[in-house]
Ligand binder design. Structure first.
Ligand code: FMN
Length: 233
């Protein structure tokens, strides 16, 4: 698969590089153009469907030293559902966790552990995650961390795709080496994608077919693994 296997194509075939860059530019250009057009026509809301982002705070009395923040960056909402599944493993083991979309995180003070999840967009962590990381860079470097991504690269779990997905996590690992990394296959739901991108993507064969590729067993196992890791350190 393509953005996905795009790096394989790049190594094997110089045309692949042009195709990838061209595709990403086309996505950005079309999305930008349509957003301007929609705004101009007074239908800005049409370009970005409304998404409900999952959040859950632990109770106020529950403020132990080892409180966990599970923050996630998402555009279309599916990474929040992954965060929810992971938080359920932590909570069922008695750990105290706040789950928040990154744009709602005001401070990292009071948290010992940050579990940070992100959607991948155009070959990198989504913009909200990057903004969060820029803002809290110094705090993150002092915390114990775990990272996961939700992406289409992992729809096919091959060594090449794993290496590609690891690359998406590299900017986070440079700030702080995590206790654990998770790379999960995500969800492509065109009804939740911005109009401009949806139109471009639906006409392209670079991305896999629309579908929910999340494997809840793999996600749950990762949730158990990070829970056990946190309980034993
Ligand atoms: C416009 C767009 C660009 C994407 N770019 C990539 C990418 O470069 N690599 C990748 O592996 N997945 C890519 N994806 C897949 C998303 O990471 C995947 O759909 C993820 O589950 C979205 O999470 P969210 O629902 O929380 O936003 C892209 C999806 C969209 C809609």
């Amino acid at each position: 698969m393509n953005e996905i296997n795009i790096n394989n194509q790049i190594e094997d075939n110089p045309i692949g590089k042009t195709t990838r860059r061209g595709f990403l530019k086309a996505l950005a250009f079309t999305a930008g153009g349509l957003t301007v057009l929609c705004s101009g026509l007074g239908i800005a809301g049409v370009s970005q469907p409304k998404i409900d982002y999952y959040s859950k705070l632990s109770s106020n009395e529950d403020t132990p030293d080892n409180k966990i923040l599970l923050a996630y960056g998402s555009v279309c909402g599916s990474t929040g559902e992954v965060a929810k599944a992971i938080s359920e493993e932590l909570i069922s083991a008695g750990l105290s966790v706040d789950v928040l979309p990154v744009q709602d995180v005001k401070t990292l003070t009071g948290y010992q552990t940050l579990i940070l999840g992100s959607a991948i967009r155009m070959g990198q962590l989504c913009a909200k995650t990057r903004q969060f990381v820029d803002k809290f860079n110094n705090d993150i470097a002092q915390m114990q961390t775990a990272y996961f991504i939700n992406c289409l690269t992992m729809v096919e779990d091959t060594p090449e795709n794993r290496a590609e997905a690891e690359g998406y996590l590299a900017p986070l690992c440079e700030i702080k080496q995590p206790l654990l990394k998770g790379m999960f296959a995500g969800n492509l739901d065109f009804s939740k994608v911005e109009l401009g991108l949806r139109l471009t993507m639906s006409k392209s064969d670079i991305f896999p077919a629309e579908g929910d590729y999340r494997d809840w067993k793999i996600i749950g196992s990762w949730g158990q693994e990070i829970t056990n890791t946190l309980l034993t350190i």
